[in-house]
Design a protein around this ligand. Sequence first.
Ligand SMILES: Nc1ncnc2c1ncn2[C@@H]1O[C@H](COP(=O)(O)OP(=O)(O)OP(=O)(O)O)[C@@H](O)[C@H]1O
Length: 257
Amino acid sequence: MTTQTASAADVILSARGLSKRFAGFVAVNGVDLDVQRGSIHALIGPNGAGKTTCFNLLTKFLQPSAGTITLNGRDITRMPAADIARLGLVRSFQISAVFPKLSVLENVRIALQRRRGDSFDFWRSQTVLHQLDAEAMERIDEVGLSSFTNETAGELSYGRKRALEIATTLALEPEMLLLDEPMAGMAQEDVARISALIRKISANRTILMVEHNLSVVADLSDRITVLARGQVLSEGSYEVVSKDPRVIEAYIGAGHE
Ligand SMILES: Nc1ncnc2c1ncn2[C@@H]1O[C@H](COP(=O)(O)OP(=O)(O)OP(=O)(O)O)[C@@H](O)[C@H]1O
């Protein structure tokens, strides 16, 4: 095997020339991105850099104006979001995706049913639902919510809601997880808890996250892509990108510290 082949096989998600134009405004402009299998990769950049748009393109919530996206070497550019999830690329939804009136266990059970595509089970007997409990408990344990299994989701703290939301995402057995600002709105102690959780769930998965909290990015990421004005400004480890004068200038110019 040549070096080139080996490194291509290590790339799970790849974008080439990814672009998105909104009514004449180019939000993402020719982005090339390679996410290494098994890594934690962060997408950062000042406000308005195009991170969310890029994320929405990669998760197929938006259709690109130009460019291609491949997952495990397969072109997914024109594939609908639902099919992508079946291929193992799952986007974590915000807390609103958690059913607030249902318990932690019920929320994870529903996610497991979604994976199986058994929508009819939802209306069937309790017995059928309980068959999923053992697996649901494993997911709940994985995110550290075992003592909250029967708690109503809506009554959980913000950080625990996020953990539950991650558990429902894990229920879909993703090979790759895309996290949209996992630390948004978190209190400091929750940031530490969710950081540790992301590290833990990354053990046998690939993670791509958009995140504003740079100390979290520094702590977790193997590789960082910095976007500015819709383009890749810099890429590398935190060590490298944080010292890149173009990155410093872009952040200062945008009013960040
Ligand atoms: N649907 C849309 N229609 C028009 N312009 C849009 C649309 N979505 C995003 N934009 C513009 O594209 C640019 C990039 O936005 P985007 O939300 O992707 O940036 P971001 O890096 O995620 O910013 P932030 O850190 O503030 O969330 C912004 O100038 C934004 O106003």
